[in-house]
Design a binder for this molecule. Structure first.
Ligand SMILES: [Zn+2]
Length: 312
């Protein structure tokens, strides 16, 4: 059976593992991303990590067909280059991912493939996770940011300029406070991410008069579980915004199923209940039964999805 190395390269951590042709993750290793050292340094340590995976595969008698990479940033999957990126990884924009890794590993250029990490995550869930066996799935991740990916017939829809999947960046009627549109991480305002991301919940809690001593969103959830009014309202508003945005996307795309992932999807009924209620309210009648499932592969989704690029 053929195998591939899948790599999930994020702003804080990079994980790589060996995945079999039927989607099983055999072993993996996680290292910190050198996010202040520039793109070439990140590629150096990533190549060393992949190299360790290749050696271990070789020792186990496994043949590895190539390397798939899911990376932070907008990735030109044709050229394997980071088109643009936030400063989560300093100097990441312009980095030649596939050429740089192939050269360091002594592999032919075509043996390394790359996409954006959310697309890899969605591809993993579509292959072996919550959306396995479906013809189309829409994955939306609600966490530090809001991102997504539509997978059609086993391939993520990347868009003509590889920007497809930025589902956090369209208008939400919830993204206002005191009549002003909330600022968004993209430089715009009034977007879904500005109200429905994890950090947006903490910001809303403070705007609603919550104690400045509460340090983060995790604590806001803890207070909401205890019935704190400002915390409850901050969580339910963000969840309703997430649900309405998801419902609107389902109306546009009509995927076979919807997969929800990210830190907020793990926060339990306090978030899910208002999210699902808003989602159902938004859906057109023929869509009311669309399954909405929680992602199942957790941290391995993007590794498995990235490896899938090699088998496609
Ligand atoms: Zn935005």
């Amino acid at each position: 059976m053929a195998h591939a190395v899948g790599v999930d390269l994020g702003g804080t951590k990079t994980a790589a593992g060996v995945v079999s042709e039927d989607g099983a993750l055999l072993f993996s290793e996680t290292i910190p991303t050198l996010n202040r050292s520039g793109g070439e340094a990140v590629l150096d340590v990533t190549a060393a990590l992949v190299s360790r995976m290749l050696l271990r595969a070789q020792a186990d008698g496994l043949s590895v067909a190539g390397v798939g990479l899911g990376s932070a940033g907008v990735v030109d999957a044709g050229r394997g280059v980071v088109v643009s990126a936030t400063d989560a990884i300093q100097g990441w924009a312009g980095t030649a991912l596939t050429e740089g890794l192939a050269r360091r590993l002594g592999l032919p250029h075509g043996a390394v493939r790359a996409v954006n990490d959310v697309h890899a995550h969605a591809l993993g869930e579509a292959w072996r996770g919550a959306a396995a066996g479906t013809a189309s799935s829409l994955l939306i991740a609600f966490g530090t940011g809001v991102g997504g990916s539509l997978v059609l017939a086993g391939r993520p829809v990347l868009g003509h300029r590889f920007v497809g999947g930025h589902v956090g960046h369209f208008a939400s009627p919830y993204a206002y406070a005191g009549g002003e549109a909330l600022p968004c991480s993209c430089g715009g305002s009034g977007h879904v991410e500005a109200v429905a991301s994890g950090p947006a919940i903490h910001a809303a809690f403070l705007r609603l008069g919550g104690s400045p001593a509460v340090p983060d969103t995790r604590e806001v959830f803890a207070l909401a579980r205890g019935g704190d009014p400002a915390a409850c309202r901050a969580v339910s508003t963000a969840a309703a915004a997430a649900g309405q945005a998801t419902g609107g996307l389902v109306n546009v795309l009509d995927p076979e199923i919807v997969v929800v992932s990210g830190g907020l999807a793990d926060a339990g009924e306090l978030w899910w209940k208002p999210m699902k209620a808003a989602l159902r309210r938004e859906l057109l009648d023929p869509l009311v039964r669309v399954p909405v499932l929680r992602a199942t592969l957790e941290n391995s989704a993007a590794i498995v999805g990235a490896a899938r690029l090699v088998f496609n």
